[in-house]
Design a protein around this ligand. Structure first.
Ligand SMILES: [Zn+2]
Length: 305
């Protein structure tokens, strides 16, 4: 059973204010109802429930990680092409800082292993995956369970957290463990939903980026930069043209308003989901331009301890 949150995960303050009340899982049928809270002292946005790692693991069905990129319909080749194209941006993030191929790279929250696979194809020799499940699309040098990350001390030169920093059971504890696995001057490349985005303001509790009960922490550029600074990271934000949250938000709104609509949803997505994503793509570029992007893409450098 999850525990109700009384203290902020990070600063332990009890001054937690409710931003959204009774947020449901609009994409599938997990029976948890949570509130979204903000700590009035440190501004960390967090769930009102504290789940254990074992409870969190239950939220991810078998093909969860590929759900944004359908594999079993007519649009599948386009979908896979877009995924490879999109994930390449994170590799370019890394290559903008180093051209070495023998560095130790970790994908924390590796899911099906898609990014690891692309990294290896690109010539990176020491690629490690970390998730509750082993990757299915490739075999990395080693697969690490999140509970075992503390066995790697000052080990990695670069860590990817692509849509995983919002999934941690405890930001303060899990990120601290992850940070200890990084070397001085190592790179951290993050993608996470932007709570301070146009789509977030517009759709409120139905915003796709909330993704309850799976997203345990939610970030804006300011809070992410501020809290990474505690661990001595200097961060830079790069625009990310991602329109998936528009499509998911519309789906969430409809599935809440019309209960029968949920029958159409398969593995968390409605038919035509990809078309909606493409329709909203120009808007995502505009959001980027005015710095209210739907997702944040961050490069952080860990300064010397
Ligand atoms: Zn706090």
């Amino acid at each position: 059973m999850p525990i109700n949150r009384i203290n902020c995960d990070l600063c332990k303050s009890t001054k937690l204010r409710i931003i959204y009340r009774d947020v449901l899982d609009y994409e599938s049928n997990i029976k948890e109802i949570s509130n979204i809270l903000i700590c009035e002292k440190c501004n960390l946005i967090q769930q009102s429930k504290i789940f254990s790692n074992n409870e969190i693991k239950e939220f991810y069905e078998e093909d969860y990680h590929g759900r944004n990129y359908s594999k079993d319909n007519i649009l599948s080749p386009i979908s896979q092409f877009l995924r490879a194209r999109y994930y390449k941006r994170f590799i370019l993030n890394l290559e903008s800082k180093t051209n070495k191929r023998d560095i130790k790279v970790l994908d924390y929250g590796s899911g099906d292993g898609f990014l690891c696979h692309l990294l290896m194809k690109r010539g990176f020799k020491n690629v490690y995956s970390c998730d509750f499940f082993e990757p299915t699309v490739c075999k990395t040098l080693a697969h690490i369970h999140p509970d075992q990350i503390s066995e790697y001390e000052e080990y990695f030169d670069a860590i990817f957290m692509i849509n995983s920093i919002e999934h941690l059971a405890s930001f303060s504890k899990d990120f601290d463990r992850l940070d200890r696995s990084m070397k001085n001057s190592s790179l951290l490349i993050i993608e996470t939903p932007n709570f301070d985005s146009i789509d977030s303001y517009l759709f409120k509790k139905f915003w796709g980026g909330l993704h309850q009960p799976r997203h345990t922490f939610l970030w804006s550029k300011n809070t992410l930069f501020k809290h990474l600074k505690r661990w001595n990271y200097d961060s830079k934000c790069i625009g990310s043209p991602q329109s998936a949250h528009w499509a998911i938000s519309i789906q969430n709104f409809l599935s809440n308003k019309f209960p029968l609509f949920k029958i159409l949803i398969k593995n968390g997505r409605i038919p035509g989901y990809l078309i909606l994503v493409l329709i909203f793509l120009p808007l995502a570029y505009f959001q980027n331009f005015i710095k209210k992007e739907s997702v944040l893409n961050i490069i952080s450098i860990r300064k010397v301890r």
